[in-house]
Design a binder for this molecule. Structure first.
Ligand SMILES: Cc1cc2nc3c(=O)[nH]c(=O)nc-3n(C[C@H](O)[C@H](O)[C@H](O)COP(=O)(O)OP(=O)(O)OC[C@H]3O[C@@H](n4cnc5c(N)ncnc54)[C@H](O)[C@@H]3O)c2cc1C
Length: 463
């Protein structure tokens, strides 16, 4: 019989059902989120649905004057919100949520120096074509393009590549509104201490309105994706990181394989990406977990069978169509950034812990490289890093798995992604960030009454 991979998985699943074998599935693990008291307020929730709140005011000012009046007059806490793609409780408040969606688009540019000034509320996806049209390219992009510029800088959002730094490292100037209602301009030459603090600041110093980026010449890229046996692949992962502009891989749990992606500059003709099969692949892994979570050896064997022989894919296009992908399946995520030389050893420990203790997990482990930078709260501050991310289906309880993995990251001096789930607090951060107290000083000067601090940020900053 000639079965496709999906048929193979389905038939294995139905075989289990027909035999009356026990199922361990999403239903058994599903958690119900409570929705709080019903009010006239407009609810807010993040992309994964984990973070929710019922703010008294949700506002989207159209001008700087309107924003200034709002921030000055707002009673209680003010939290800037963007695309809501952070997993952590950075935004929730009962008071005021302010969106900068009307502060977007390309405002001006310097063609000779490849610099561009943009509205801080621009989504990454919306600036690709305009930047390309003026001959500029972002040096790197994260896995998706739904985030805004301000949201990305605020949490240290990054892509992957040994020589490529996170998005905030390409900032050369920034404007933001302080708690007092003053427009602060900062750069390496103007208010430089504030600039060092503000580039990654979790929306705690004020509301970013404009940013200026140092870009690269517009470029065409080739994306290559393939699967490879994890053992020999890990032996050459470091070399692949050296040899390619952008390099990442996913270890597929309960399998012997990694899914690898490289991105490099090219002059080849365009081969568009089309619709990605990644989401189908994820649902196949979920089906295997649902049906065979109780039988790891069979799960491993069938997963390998389904993956083996996956064809190499190559696509060529403009940078902004090649870097980001579509992520339609919702999940919660934890990601830590570790000293680069320890990354592979940590990954091996995480793989073992996952496969010994967490048969409920089917999401692959993501492994990336990020170059160091000098923003005070950058997770990559003076440290070339490897980033290891673990994911859990949004309807299922992520806490037991994330707790196991977070303990491993702690032993490796990992710094958590500010926008993703972690349980660390001010005392931990004081030890992890050399410029922690300098940042706290700038924050206390700019916002002495904690106008921008919600419950989560009070815990982060120990206020
Ligand atoms: C599917 C998915 C894929 C992802 N992929 C990656 C990835 O590849 N790499 C990576 O590093 N991260 C990734 N993330 C995490 C994401 O990039 C960050 O959490 C990012 O901060 C989200 O940006 P946002 O625009 O949605 O901002 P929000 O989540 O809405 O806000 C994030 C922070 O920015 C602050 N903020 C927003 N606007 C302003 C403003 N105008 N002024 C001041 N502060 C502001 C908020 O107060 C908050 O503290 C991913 C998330 C998801 C859901």
């Amino acid at each position: 019989m000639n079965l496709s991979k999906r048929d193979l998985i389905k038939s294995a699943a139905f075989g289990s059902l027909a035999l009356g074998l026990p199922l361990k599935g999403a239903g058994a693990l599903a958690q119900t989120n409570t929705t709080g008291p019903a009010t006239q307020r407009i609810p807010w929730q993040n992309w994964s649905g984990l973070q929710k709140c019922y703010p008294a005011r949700r506002v989207a000012p159209k001008s700087l004057d309107e924003l200034t009046s709002l921030v000055k007059a707002a009673p209680g806490i003010v939290r800037p919100v963007a695309s809501g793609h952070s997993f952590q409780a950075l935004v929730p408040t009962d008071d005021t949520i302010v969106s900068l969606r009307n502060f977007s688009g390309l405002l001006s540019h310097d063609a000779d120096n490849l610099q561009a000034t943009l509205g801080a509320g621009s989504t990454l996806g919306s600036i690709g074509a305009p930047l390309s049209a003026i001959g500029q390219a972002l040096p790197n992009m994260p896995d998706i393009d739904k985030q805004t510029l301000a949201g990305s800088f605020s949490t240290g959002t990054h892509g992957t590549g040994k020589t490529l730094s996170a998005l905030h490292d390409h900032l050369i100037g920034l404007k933001f509104l302080t708690a007092a209602g003053d427009l602060m301009t900062c750069s390496a030459d103007e208010n430089s201490e504030v600039f060092n603090a503000a580039r990654v600041s979790l929306g705690s110093l004020g509301v970013m309105t404009e940013c200026t980026l140092q870009n690269l010449p517009n470029t065409r890229l080739k994306r290559r994706t393939w699967v490879e046996k994890i053992g020999p692949f890990l032996e050459r992962a470091e070399q692949l990181a050296e040899d390619n502009l952008s390099f990442e891989f996913f270890y597929i749990p309960f399998s012997g394989y990694a899914l690898v992606t490289t991105i490099n500059k090219t002059d080849d003709p365009i081969v568009p990406r089309g619709t990605s099969a990644d989401e189908d692949g994820l649902m196949d892994l979920k089906a295997l977990r649902d049906m065979l979570g109780w039988f790891p050896a069979l799960r491993h064997w069938l997963t390998d069978l389904a993956i083996k022989g996956t064809e190499v894919e190559e696509h060529v296009d403009e940078w902004w169509k090649i870097f980001p992908s579509e992520r339609r399946t919702r999940f919660n995520e934890m990601e830590y950034h570790l000293p680069q030389e320890t990354g592979i050893a940590a990954l091996k420990e995480i793989r073992t812990a996952l496969e010994r203790q967490h048969s409920e997990i089917f999401f692959p482990i993501e492994f990336r490289y990020v170059r160091e930078d000098d923003a005070w709260l950058s997770p990559f501050y003076q440290r070339p890093s490897c980033s290891i991310a673990v994911h859990c289906y949004y309807e299922e309880d992520h806490k037991p798995y994330f707790k196991t993995i977070e303990a491993i990251h702690q032993r490796y001096d990992g710094r958590p992604h500010w926008g993703k789930l972690h349980t660390r607090n001010a005392a931990d951060f004081a030890a992890l960030y050399p410029k922690w107290s300098d940042f706290l000083e700038v924050r206390a000067t700019l916002d002495p009454h904690g106008k921008f601090l919600n419950t989560h940020l009070k815990s982060v900053f120990g206020v």
